[in-house]
Design a protein. Structure first.
Length: 168
């Protein structure tokens, strides 16, 4: 297993937010160089980058990726991707129901989606660009709702964020 295959579980609390800020600045600078920025400002680029990661706007992304969202808050669609639509998964409106099924099954990965939860298998996690064999999953009990905001969650979210930029 290479270093790229495991999540860096020592990420600073703001690393995910900082990554999106960098992406927004790069996007804005590129648009300005190419003469396409028009009246676009950094704030606009931040909103666009946040929407590209499954959040409604910059504030939503900042709150969720900083670990500040509260139970029941909209977690966005960060842990979902269009290319995963053909893979089987189980959807739940209640976290308690999802957690019970995960415990009964003894396998799978419980992920948040907006105000719901869903359980997926390893191919889904791989399609997100995250390593399903990463030790962080075991540390999180394969439950990213329960692990939300922890260093382990940040490490797995970092893999997801890097994969979404094609950085693997």
């Amino acid at each position: 297993m290479t270093m790229r295959d495991t999540a860096p579980h020592t990420l600073a609390e703001q690393a995910l937010v900082d990554e999106l800020k960098v992406r927004a600045r790069v996007r804005l600078n590129r648009a300005r160089r190419e003469g396409l920025a028009g009246a676009e400002r950094l704030r606009d680029a931040l909103h666009e980058v946040a929407r590209g990661q499954g959040f409604t706007d910059w504030e939503h992304a900042r709150r969720v990726l900083s670990g500040l969202a509260l139970p029941g808050d909209d977690m966005g669609s960060f842990w979902h991707a269009p290319r995963t639509g053909m893979l089987l998964n189980l959807w739940f409106s209640s976290y308690v129901q999802a957690q019970t099924v995960l415990q009964q099954q003894g396998e799978g990965f419980l992920l948040p989606y907006r105000r719901q939860c869903f359980i997926v298998q390893a191919p889904f996690i791989e399609a997100l660009g995250v390593n399903p064999a990463d030790p962080g999953w075991a540390a999180a009990g394969h439950d990213l709702v329960a692990a939300y905001g922890t260093p382990v969650w940040r490490g797995l979210a970092w893999q997801r964020l890097r994969a979404s930029a094609g950085m693997g």
